[in-house]
Design a protein around this ligand. Sequence first.
Ligand SMILES: *Cc1c(COP(=O)(O)O)cnc(C)c1O
Length: 386
Amino acid sequence: MNAPEFGPSRPLTPPFVPAAVYHLADLDAVDAIYQKTAPGFIYARDGHPNAAELSAVLNQLSAAPWGFITASGMGALAAAFLATVRTGANILASDRLYGKTTRLLRSEFDRLGITTQFVDTSDLVAVETALKATPTALVVVETISNPHCRVADIPELAHRAHAAGAKLLVDNTFASPGLCRPLELGADLVMESGTKILNGHSDVTLGYLGGIDADLGERAASVSSTWGFAANPFDCWMTLRGLETYELRLRAATTNAARIAAWLNQQDGILRTIYPGLPQHEDFAVVQKLLPRGAGHMLTFELAGGRDAVNRLFQKTPGVPFCPSLGHTTSTFSHPDTTSHRGETAEAKARLGITPGLVRLSVGCEDGAQLQEQLARGLAAALTPR
Ligand SMILES: *Cc1c(COP(=O)(O)O)cnc(C)c1O
């Protein structure tokens, strides 16, 4: 049960420890681990070395005093909700949240007697009015929303949430900690989907929840282990590996996205280009205030020609796969109308500006000039009906 004898050398990369169960020396050892007077692990659902290593890295990146790893981003969100609300509580949430998050609140938490009011959280007056009307436990927003890349004014939202006695949870997945650290801007809790750019290779599903208040941290970690949200060691180990290139990938992807957005904005046949780094974006002022390292790797554009043009674009741009996720090494397309917003009513789609010609691009860290050439060829084909 002793650690392997490495002598004067050590493995350069973190050892992968798949053990689910730990062999304890004696009763004093189990006491010391439970009382946290000695480091160690007992049962992997409650903690294991690869999760501990990964959470230490993500805590550092997120400026988080505490944090833990879950098996998915949704697990991290569920842990955050379960740790902050009880039956009868109210949540105030952005009306542009990730579809599964909306579903979790609307279908699952609603069933447990926890109601969520969805508002346009870019409208600070609407937020204030809602907070005044209803005692609220938690406010939930995303740093950058899908697919219109609305950027949350986190300090202003934190101020209003705290004045009303609510906590602020920020889903930071689209920005990621290299561009935005919500806890430094006043948020109480930050969540990341490690499935996206943090691991960055589309071969892991993983989540992270971090925060400031120590009691809330204990409570959230207890929720996570009791409800069984733990991530397995291999996914943590893979994400540690992905994170080695995270800063490089993020920088390249953000540079590429700014370049592609500026270029798309000049092309015929594109009805609008939505990128928070473009001065025409409705949240450009918030971006300048909160995202000094760049406006991210996500952009959206609307093709003239609707669904048929989108189909041709996807068929004629083989280097940019169509897959409804984000944060991969290469750029990927998504189509909100048929994927992320598929289940929305026509009315909701109209309100959210989801049209058949709308294309979302998760920009990768490939060569920017080559990416632009591929898109130019695809776009030419898309705009030439057969
Ligand atoms: C993907 C995603 C999630 C959920 O994360 P999973 O790891 O897929 O469970 C939550 N929020 C946003 C914004 C996401 O993109």
